[in-house]
Design a protein around this ligand. Structure first.
Ligand code: C2O
Ligand code: CU
Length: 636
């Protein structure tokens, strides 16, 4: 609904601008009838825009209409009323008499053009600046409209007048004041309504000192891995060759596995990745120094150098790892792998498959298989499928041939998940789903994006898999109502210490750092988005609003969040603890977490193309200094 209204309003504003400008042009050409009709149309569309804005605000909230309510519509209404008052009487008279507009046309045409410029300015503000509109933006917009009107007037009128000069001069001054204020006073931090926290702390702990234990928990072992980051040409199952960036010459990289309580120790060595490399443990709440966010928690590892990551495998479930230096390019090219931690007690399902899904130049790959991969499983035996979306966009997974349960999302078990059939699972970029089923006596198919020429087949004993059904019509599971409620540490009625609001959009950065229509957070692009600051122990609510027409898989490092609501509707199923959640166009998500992992953490869109074009910020705890240089993090 909200997304549709955003689109309707964009169409409406284009039509409004066109109608008023056409009215002005026809009036200047003395065409009284078309000019009168276009004026009526412009007025009608202006009223429609007011109505659309009311609907959009009611449906989505203030973030979707702020710039329209405080700037665009007032400007539009003032100019439209002026046009009707100044131009309509003479136009209607001439049109009714079916004669050409006579006498001086300037006085009739200029107000119509003014209404057109106001509409066009509104379009530009919405497309390029959006939320939040500031006084600076308002000054610049009004100045541009006034200048355009003055120039039009001068051109139509043919002779200069004193009032033109003074109006134009005032506009230039206003515009300059606007431009100057844009660059002044961008806050460095956002305290979310809580007590201020200085960041970076002048003195305090370096994030690099925030390491964890160096030995496993009692009964655990040390899991040692060495991962060599290097370029390699890999061959997919079909024989297709891909020039990749790899860990150990493989894509995906070697699976990192552990049992709960083990100590994971990974030595990363960069052989020849010139852009540099690091390893981020996606979804794993490691100590900050081990988080691998190059530029924030460590320096990128350059060729010939190494870095050792060490953390306790306390969280059970399905996770993944990937480079976090020039991550857009690096992950796309293959610098990723899976991280799975098994519980110490329970024994694993006899068929337990970890299935990272990726695309290489449009070729869908599960593990290192493009095309169909077939595995066998004994009928009646339990099967666990761990699907990891390592790609940049949402993918849809369907399982045909047996009822299944979605038992975990982002590594966290769901409470009492019910059986599912003919139901699709749409998985955010960066997210993970664990599916559990009992192997039937016929074959089972797991499809990605309903593609029957690829995916996984499970066959009972040997034999061939049956052709999977067409799954395109299967509805998506709504995660917010799946499973059963249970107690969770934070709810919407918790007493929050800080509430942050992040409005995601596409436009120009207000700080002017980036060029073109980048992906913005509260009107800024990385690194100019104010850093969210917290104190250890704070209860934090985060509202994420998507004003744009693209989906944003929102990801927070170092913490998993509980979903409180989506578009105002509370979660009615199992508690949803996620580290990556898809915010579709027009959606508003409220999530919450406890600030219990001191450090500096990235918060960003996991469509890494968006992250590299600005949609990224950081979260800082009190008392942490900032020792590194963020320059290359997501690349661009
Ligand atoms: Cu999986 Cu900052 O990312
Ligand atoms: Cu995004």
């Amino acid at each position: 609904m909200t997304a549709n209204l955003i689109t309707f309003d964009l169409v409406a504003v284009v039509l409004t601008a066109a109608a008023w400008l056409a009215a002005g042009t026809t009036a200047a050409s003395r065409l009284s009838l078309p000019a009168a009709a276009l004026t009526a149309l412009g007025l009608l569309l202006t009223v429609a825009r007011v109505a659309l804005t009311v609907l959009l605000g009611t449906s989505g909230g203030w973030w979707f209409v702020q710039e329209k309510v405080v700037l665009e519509l007032p400007l539009q209404c003032v100019t439209a009323v002026a046009a009707v008052a100044l131009s309509a009487p003479r136009l209607t008279r001439a049109a009714m008499a079916r004669t050409a507009l006579d006498g001086d046309t300037t006085a009739v045409a200029v107000p119509l053009f003014a209404a057109g410029y106001a509409a066009a300015a509104g379009l530009v503000v919405t497309l390029l600046l959006g939320y939040p509109t500031t006084v600076a933006v308002a000054l610049i917009t009004v100045a541009v409209v006034v200048l355009a009107v003055v120039v039009t007037w001068r051109l139509l009128d043919g002779r200069p007048r004193g009032i033109m000069l003074s109006a134009g001069g005032t506009a230039v001054v206003l515009g300059l004041v606007g431009v100057l204020t844009t660059f002044a006073g961008i806050p460095k931090t956002d305290a979310g309504g809580g007590p201020a926290v200085a960041y970076p702390a002048a003195k305090g702990m370096s994030v690099a000192s925030l390491t964890g234990p160096t030995s496993p928990r009692p009964g655990g072992t040390v899991r040692r891995y060495t991962l060599d980051a290097r370029t390699a040409t890999i061959t997919l199952a079909s024989g297709k060759r891909v020039a990749a960036w790899t860990f150990d010459g493989k894509v995906p990289g070697p699976p990192v596995t552990a049992v709960q309580g083990d100590l994971v120790e990974v030595t990363l060595h960069n052989v020849d990745i010139a852009a540099g490399v690091s390893i981020h443990w996606h979804g794993y709440d490691v100590p900050a120094a081990e988080d691998g966010a190059a530029g924030l928690t460590q320096e990128a590892v350059t060729p010939g150098h190494s870095f050792v990551y060490r953390f306790l495998a306390d969280q059970v479930g399905t996770y993944w790892y990937h480079t976090h230096q020039d991550s857009n390019q690096g992950v796309q090219k293959g610098l990723y792998g899976s991280l799975v931690v098994a519980p110490r007690q329970a024994k694993a399902a006899p068929t337990d498959l970890t299935l990272p899904f990726h695309t290489f130049g449009g070729t869908a790959v599960i593990g290192d298989h493009d095309g169909v991969e077939t595995r066998s499983a004994a009928p009646g035996s339990p099967v666990r499928l761990r699907v990891v979306n390592t790609d940049n966009v949402t993918h849809r997974f369907t399982l045909a041939g047996a009822p299944y349960r979605l038992v975990a999302a982002d590594g966290n078990d769901l409470n009492e998940p019910g059986p599912l059939t003919r139901t699709a699972l749409s998985l955010a970029a960066g997210g993970r789903y664990d599916l559990q089923l009992t192997m039937p006596s016929a074959s089972v198919a797991l499809l990605a994006d309903d593609d029957r020429s690829g995916g996984l087949r499970l066959v009972p004993g040997g034999g061939k898999a049956a052709a999977p059904p067409d799954t395109t019509a299967w509805p998506d599971l709504d995660l917010t109502s799946y499973g059963r409620p249970a107690a969770q540490p934070v709810t919407s009625s918790s007493a929050f210490d800080r509430r942050f609001t992040l409005v995601l959009d596409q436009g120009l950065s207000l700080s002017g750092r980036t060029k073109g229509r980048d992906w913005t957070v509260n009107g800024h692009t990385f690194p100019d988005v104010p850093t969210l600051v917290v104190r250890k122990g704070d209860l934090v609510e985060m509202t994420v609003v998507n004003r744009s027409l693209a989906t944003h898989p929102w990801h927070l490092h170092g913490h998993s969040v509980y979903v409180l609501s989506r578009n105002g509707d509370p979660v009615t199923g199992s508690p949803l603890k996620l580290d990556t959640f898809d915010i579709k166009p027009g959606e508003v998500w409220k999530v919450a977490f406890t600030a219990d992992n001191p450090g500096l953490w990235m918060v960003h869109c996991h469509n890494l193309v968006h992250a590299s074009k600005g949609m990224s910020l950081s979260l800082a705890y009190e008392g942490i200094t900032e020792p590194f240089d963020m320059a290359g993090m997501h690349g661009d």
